[in-house]
Design a binder for this molecule. Structure first.
Ligand code: NAP
Length: 492
């Protein structure tokens, strides 16, 4: 379906204020900040720029309704999420265009994210009515143990800019299902999708105060007092490891429970027995989804020496055939990067690799003109010391290096402080299971470049994070155990 990209109403229709206690409200002093279109650098609109006092107001609203919200029937919470799921799907085109305008991804990918984001609401609408507890007898027979699950309490949710809708629904869904209230702070580059979502949840019947949205350019000053204040009982953060560490330290003082979905440095391993067509398909997905701006992006490609040339040639041919252009252009496969800093980092990483004798097979130079575009790029002979092997590239640059044997590649793959996801291409079942077990990651893509799925436990080990989102465990992150000890006396 063609979307009328000139339609101004998708941006004008979104409220530009803070959402606190069910009301749209200006920031203190009426401060605003600009949201840009990364395809042009032009300003899309101005939105409210919260001060610390606004953050406190939002948390107060969440705290005020926590007890009442926790007492609602699970079916009522479930049906709110189900209705929101349906509204999101019905508005796919508008939401996709909004996301493309603020974030840059091509419309076809934005539509995919709308479906993915909605799916978290459907999944957690089903989980809301399956929260259970337990009942057992102590070994000595004297007591009964009643175990109940309770919402953890008011939550602070912080999201990044790369998946503006799905990172919100992946947190709001389980929080609503569990009976928690929340304050959500989206990334300042992409607040519009979150504000649209707040409107949708209100339409779906979410009571005032359960979800509060605070947009700000002063995240540190707004968030820190909330984390240290003692009323936030849970932080769910998705973003960089660097910021994650700062927030973990702030949570320590008042022992705030945390879920941390942090950065990655995914190894993408192709063995000599792999089906190369499958491996190239997998590489296109693992590298190019979201222009490479994904925590799950293939960052280091280890290809067995005997198939490296064939893999690189086929992969580079597919990469070179992609069309780079504004995400709103229906023919675009690759949109702009998020901003000048994001593109500058990619350029520096490529220059560093070239100084260390990497070879460019395709791409490698940013075009002139407006917007933050960077071409799909394939580098071979990349030194394992190159900076792009040790940091998230966050752009459409594939760095290929070769390996000789299994032990060597597992050692190299694990030689990083991150452990979010690894990709593995082989037709040998024993090897597939052996290496899946040995990789120090939270997720493995076995002969696939895509692991994200609302029904699966998404998350990492090492410095890629703590906890999981989605799957059966996703709601657990927002629930506490409470145990009631019940002595049962013998009849006298
Ligand atoms: P980021 O710089 O860490 O920011 C993430 C969020 O944290 C933003 O809303 C940001 O707002 C906020 N923030 C930054 N400093 C803060 C502070 N001191 N106190 C409170 N909030 C603060 O990450 P990003 O550049 O937006 O996103 C890219 C990163 O996210 C990558 O590392 C990527 O791997 C990771 N990511 C991980 C997952 C996962 O599931 N594991 C998924 C997607 C993305 P400001 O921008 O205003 O500072």
């Amino acid at each position: 379906m063609t979307v009328d990209v000139t339609r101004p109403d998708v941006v004008t229709d979104v409220p530009k204020q803070l959402f606190i206690g069910g009301a749209w409200t200006d920031a203190t002093g009426g401060r605003t900040f600009a949201v840009d279109d990364p395809a042009t650098g032009d300003v899309l609109c101005e939105i409210a720029d919260a001060a610390p006092a606004d953050g406190r107001r939002a948390l107060k609203a969440a705290v005020a309704v926590q007890e009442e919200w926790a007492a609602t029937a699970p079916r009522a919470r479930s049906e709110i999420l189900r209705r929101a799921y349906e509204i999101i799907l019905a508005r796919t085109d508008e939401l996709a265009l909004l996301m493309t305008l603020e974030m840059g991804k091509p419309l076809k990918e934005a539509r995919g994210e709308v479906a993915y984001a909605a799916e978290f609401f459907r999944w957690f609408s089903e989980e809301a009515v399956r929260i259970d507890g337990g009942f057992s007898t102590t070994p000595d027979g004297a007591n009964r143990i009643l175990v109940m699950r309770r919402p953890v309490g008011p939550c602070l949710l912080i999201t990044p800019w790369n998946f503006p809708l799905a990172m919100g629904t992946r947190k709001i869904g389980p929080a609503v299902a569990a009976g928690c209230t929340m304050v959500l702070k989206p990334a300042p580059q992409t607040p519009l999708s979150t504000l649209a979502l707040a409107g949708i949840l209100t339409e779906a019947g979410l009571p005032p105060g359960v979800l509060n949205v605070v947009t700000t350019t002063d995240a540190g000053a707004v968030v820190e007092p909330l984390l240290r204040g003692g009323e936030v009982r849970k932080l769910s953060f998705t973003g960089s490891t660097q910021v994650g560490r700062i927030l973990l330290a702030q949570c320590a003082d008042t022992v705030v429970r945390t879920s941390m979905e942090l950065g990655g440095n995914a190894p993408f391993i192709v063995f000599d027995d792999a089906d190369l067509d499958v491996a190239v398909d997998g590489a296109m997905t693992a590298k190019m989804r979201n222009m490479g701006e994904a925590c799950t992006a293939a960052n280091r490609m280890f290809v067995h020496r005997t198939v490296a040339d064939a893999f690189a040639a086929r992969f580079a041919e597919r990469m070179a055939a992609l069309t780079v252009g504004p995400g709103t252009d229906p023919g675009s496969d690759v949109g702009p990067l998020i901003d000048a800093a994001g593109r500058g980092k990619v350029e520096e990483l490529v220059e560093d690799a070239l100084r260390r004798d990497a070879k460019v097979v395709t791409g490698g130079t940013a075009p002139d003109g407006p917007g933050y575009f960077y071409p799909p790029t394939v580098l071979t002979d990349v030194s394992r010391d190159a900076a792009l092997m040790r940091t998230e590239i966050f752009g459409p640059v594939a760095a290929i290096t070769t390996f000789e044997d299994e032990d060597e590649v597992v050692r190299a793959a694990n030689d990083t402080e991150w452990g979010l996801v690894g990709y593995l291409f082989t037709r040998d079942v024993d090897r597939a299971l052996r290496i899946s077990e040995r990789l120090e990651v939270g997720m493995v893509g076995l002969n696939t470049g895509l692991v994200s799925n609302p029904a699966a436990p998404f998350g990492g080990v090492k410095q890629s994070g703590l906890g999981r989102e989605g799957g059966r465990v996703g709601i657990e992150e927002f629930l506490e155990y409470k145990y009631v000890a019940i002595p049962v006396r013998n009849r006298t």
